[in-house]
Design a protein around this ligand. Structure first.
Ligand SMILES: C[S@@+](CC[C@H](N)C(=O)[O-])C[C@H]1O[C@@H](n2cnc3c(N)ncnc32)[C@H](O)[C@@H]1O
Length: 614
């Protein structure tokens, strides 16, 4: 294929995506629009966004089918509108119509993402209406029935048309969901949706084929001959990028961005300023050439001293409400996650008068919470969604909880989530869209490396539950809460959040994004140490690694540490890899790894909590 054809195709698909998104803003309950956009997302190489659209379509088909559901009328009306032809007859929308070719092309089973192009649609004839229908929760149902024997023939025919269309749509949703989730590495969810689809249409060839394919990929991934379907992996990776349609991401290196950040720094770190700097490009292996001649660098931001800073001086004191903890009914301040003092007569601790068990350090924290996020979650029981998770899901759950806080801030302040001051200028560790692109050709080179952790529950259902708990109409608000926005928030959190672990279990239990603190880059011979209770603080170190004197000269860079600098170089590099995006190449690491011919002499003691899984 001529590469320019692919480019043209992408451009066209992006236009289609924009048109469908605009249409969804006008017709938010139209499940057909969601299925159409799912197909475009799939063709663009975003199986995660495709899965999300299919899931929303499935929810809307449930809404159509159940009179008691909140958006029943709107969803049904939207469906009828879409399926009524100009002559007034009923027509099945093109996206639900017969597709040519198999769902999965067996000739491309070599693995990877090549099967993206297969998520195209239902095959074959409409299944018989007499088969039992099942909603997204697996319960039996009768689509669109309003009951009674008094219906006219016309009403009866209308009901049948709706039922038949919903049935095709739901099968289509199950097919696309299972394949899209498989492509994102969520094997368990993919398998479950496949089974739900087969419960609706037992003999659907595409679903049967998808099921075989999921099992095949599972065996390969687990390197087993047989797999226990209840134990399939359910977390994968997706593209981490500034989506081509993301108009919210600022130019972080512009004067405007620096002016904004420096104005913010003036209050909490008056001796520091943000500047554009060059950092080495880090790889997930150690470059093994003589003098590290490969000196590729990348433009990023960093923090620098505006004046000379003395050893022991405090240089940053930042408070952020973009904080989350996963301690159920914990003893932490809801606003800043500082440990609350034991109750006493002169205690300053205050509780929210309308919530059960939501406590704040003092009136200041309570007032900040009221201004920033609390009204959107007050007395809404939102925390139960993300707290007390299974240990293996803890890092995902903590990020979901952080996401919940950002969504509550956005709703309370009536600001787009990506425009929140705590989020807007934060580093997202994005990879250029072009490098993330999925090869369109079936015979293409190996798949790209996707780096954003993804799971069906934390990226799709979890955010929807959070929004529902906050009484936000998830269909009417895609301009603010579409899945690409959720993914962008996660990208930023995963690049910058600090975590605090439970002293007893070692599991991460508090996470926070401090948008100014996180501008500081890492070095295994740091010149600052930090402490995070309710506030994030930086001090200039008294001494550096190896006993060298502390102090930072005017113009010197603030060198933070993302890992325990007491560890040996191998461990340090492994632990810092997640937050750095590659092996640390600071002078100390190179020296201690013998890459500069020096000896190991690390003896510093300021460790930070780093979750190896994140
Ligand atoms: C928390 S951010 C630090 C601030 C970031 N430079 C910015 O522009 O906002 C962490 C990211 O900075 C980069 N980084 C920090 N320290 C680095 C180092 N010593 N060498 C190379 N990259 C570094 C990595 O890309 C890492 O993912």
């Amino acid at each position: 294929m001529d590469p320019s054809d692919e480019e043209d195709n992408t451009h066209l698909l992006l236009l289609q995506r924009a048109a469908l998104t605009a249409a969804l803003q006008r017709e938010p309950y139209d499940l057909i629009l969601y299925l159409e956009r799912a197909k475009v997302h799939g063709d663009l190489g975003y199986p995660d966004l495709s899965a999300s659209d299919c899931y929303r379509a499935l929810l809307l088909s449930d809404e159509c089918a159940n009179e008691e559901f909140e958006y029943h009328e709107q969803a049904l009306e939207a469906l009828r509108k879409r399926c009524t032809s100009t002559s007034g007859g009923w027509q099945i929308p093109a996206v639900l119509q017969r597709r040519r070719g198999p769902l999965v092309d067996q000739s491309i089973l070599s693995g990877g993402l090549e099967i993206l192009s297969i998520v195209e649609g239902v095959r074959g004839t409409t299944p018989p209406l007499t088969n039992g229908n099942t909603n997204t929760h697996g319960h039996s149902r009768s689509y669109g029935s309003s009951g009674g024997d008094t219906r006219s023939d016309e009403d009866e025919k209308g009901q049948q048309d709706v039922s038949r269309t919903l049935r095709i749509a739901s099968i289509r949703c199950y097919q696309s969901l299972s394949i899209s989730l498989l492509l994102c590495g969520c094997l368990k969810s993919a398998y479950e949706f496949c089974l739900r689809g087969l419960a609706v249409s037992e003999h659907d060839k595409d679903l049967q084929q998808a099921k075989d394919y999921i099992l095949l990929i599972s065996k390969r991934r687990l390197k087993l001959d047989e797999v226990d379907v209840t134990q399939l992996p359910d977390q994968g990776l997706v593209r981490r990028e500034i989506y081509p349609w993301n108009t919210h991401e600022p130019n972080r290196y512009s004067q405007e961005a620096l002016d904004f950040l420096n104005k913010e720094l003036a209050t909490c770190a008056p001796k520091l300023e943000a500047r554009v700097t060059e950092l080495p490009v880090l790889l997930d292996y150690v470059r093994n050439n003589d003098a590290f001649g490969d000196d590729a660098t990348v433009k990023q931001l960093g923090l620098f001293a505006k004046v000379d800073i003395e050893p022991g001086e405090e240089i940053l004191d930042e408070i952020s409400l973009l904080v989350a903890n996963n301690v159920l009914k914990g003893s932490l301040c809801d606003a800043c996650s500082a440990a609350l003092p034991p109750l006493s007569v002169d205690s300053k601790v205050v509780g929210c008068p309308d919530c059960h068990d939501i406590m704040f350090c003092d009136e200041d924290c309570f007032n900040r919470a009221q201004e920033s996020y609390h009204p959107s979650v007050c007395d809404k029981d939102v925390d139960t969604i993300t707290k007390d998770p299974d240990p293996k899901d803890k890092p995902f759950a903590l990020y979901l909880h952080l996401l919940g806080r950002a969504l509550a801030m956005s709703a309370t302040q009536e600001v787009h989530p990506l425009e929140l001051t705590e989020v807007r200028y934060v580093w997202g560790d994005f990879i250029a869209s072009v490098l993330n692109t999925v090869p369109l050709s079936l015979r293409a080179e190996p798949s790209p490396v996707w780096t954003l952790p993804f799971s069906f529950s934390s990226n799709i259902t979890g955010p929807l539950h959070l929004l529902e708990k906050m009484d936000i109409d998830v269909f009417e608000s895609i301009d603010k809460y579409d899945t690409w926005i959720i993914n962008t928030l996660y990208s930023k959190f995963r690049g910058t959040a600090s975590a605090r672990a439970n002293e007893r279990t070692g599991h991460p239990e508090v996470a926070a994004v401090h948008p100014l603190w996180c501008l500081a880059n890492h070095d295994c011979d740091p010149n600052v140490k930090w402490e995070w209770g309710g506030r994030m603080r930086f001090w200039c170190r008294d001494s550096r690694v190896g006993g060298n004197p502390g102090g930072i000269k005017k113009g010197g860079e603030i060198l933070n540490h993302y890992t325990d600098i007491d560890l040996d170089v191998k461990e340090r590099r492994e632990w810092a890899m997640g937050s750095l995006g590659g092996f640390c190449m600071c002078e100390r690491c190179k020296r201690e790894a013998g890459e500069l011919g020096g000896n190991s002499n690390g003896n510093d003691t300021n460790g930070v909590l780093e979750d190896p899984e994140t």
